[in-house]
Design a protein around this ligand. Structure first.
Ligand code: PLP
Length: 330
């Protein structure tokens, strides 16, 4: 495991990488390490995957949501207004593999003395002007789940950090807080990265750059084809950042009709997500209501993700494009 951790730290460009049981645990343990606990508030994105929110809630903290914009990431201009006396951390989510505007977010966090835990589970090797996801905040949380760009053969996660004290604390927390066999320094969890998964990770980590390049090429082929279909709108594609396309998502007119037609044609398209997390029944207790996050709500009706993984062929992508064209009568 230590070899995998060292290689992961080198890949991302941080002093430390700490293997844990999952991406969810990578967020949860990070939040615990920076001091989040019962009754605290943690700011995060309204359109994220449940894991981000579950990690916050498991610590007894309240997720305080911020709406996204058409990049699918948190609208940083709304963060300041959501900070209260109880805010203890901010969890930006680099959703789809596109990075949150980190420079203004870091400024806010620094001025309010709030730690940032980056949810980089979908964003391995994404960057802004060459600075990678997982290197901005106090920690970066990565997932090695089988659906992720770099994946192992089960669950796994990694936390990156440049902070020696936080790294030492995380190494304790992931192993029951055990200082040694007989002494417990803090209360922790059983969340070590499984040795077998670390072996798989070691075997695959050298291919991460290739996997990323394949996904970027796939996305470029989609972009070129979809730009000519007026019923499809692409999200912004600013030059100064690397998008790693864990998901390839666009906005579509008559989204549900297109989704059904593509499924019928054998295309495994997906919707991320048809019901925003903040409106899920399991989160009722937090008291959010429909309309609280209008951009997230709109995305739930417009967004569609096309297959984009590294195993796709050009012919398969062209087939998806042809199906989309045919659906809109082109
Ligand atoms: C945005 C986001 N956060 C957190 C996670 C949690 O990762 P894991 O499934 O490894 O617990 C995932 C993926 O599942 C994710 O997509």
């Amino acid at each position: 495991m230590t070899t995998f951790e060292a290689r992961f730290a080198a890949l991302i460009g941080t002093r430390h990488a700490i293997g844990v049981g999952s991406g969810t645990d990578a967020i949860k343990l990070s939040l615990k390490a920076v001091g989040v606990g019962h009754g605290d508030e943690v700011i995060t994105a309204a359109n994220t995957f449940i894991a981000t929110v579950g990690a916050i809630a498991e610590l007894g903290a309240r997720p305080v949501f911020v709406d996204c914009d058409d990049t699918y990431c948190m609208d940083v201009s709304q963060v300041e207004a959501r900070i209260s006396d109880r805010t203890r951390a901010i969890v930006p989510v680099h959703f789809t593999g596109y990075m949150v505007e980190m420079a203004p977010l870091m400024k806010i966090a620094e001025s309010r003395n709030l730690p940032i835990v980056e949810d980089a589970c979908q964003a391995i090797l994404a960057d802004i002007e060459g600075k990678r996801a997982g290197t901005f905040g106090m920690t970066g949380a990565f997932s090695l789940h089988p659906l992720k760009n770099l994946n192992v053969w089960g669950d796994g996660g990694v936390i990156t950090t440049n902070d020696d004290a936080i790294a030492a604390r995380l190494r304790l927390i992931r192993n029951h807080g055990l200082r040694n066999r007989d002494e417990i320094e803090v209360l922790g969890y059983n969340s070590r990265l499984d040795t077998l998964q670390a072996v798989v990770g070691n075997w695959l980590i050298g291919t991460t750059e290739d996997i990323t390049a394949r996904r970027i090429d796939n996305a470029a082929r989609y972009d070129e084809g979809l730009l000519r279909i007026k019923q499809i709108r692409l999200p912004p594609r600013p030059e100064n950042r690397k998008r790693v396309y864990h998901l390839y998502s666009v906005f579509a007119e008559d989204r549900d009709g297109l989704y059904a037609a593509l499924q019928a044609a054998g295309v495994e398209c997906k919707i991320h997500y048809p019901i925003p997390v903040y409106l899920q029944e399991g989160l009722k207790g937090f008291g959010y209501e429909k309309g609280d996050f209008p951009v997230t709500d709109r995305h739930a009706t417009e967004i569609i993700s096309f297959p984009c993984d590294q195993h796709l062929t050009c012919e398969e992508i062209d087939y998806v494009l042809e199906c989309v064209r045919r659906y809109y009568g082109g």
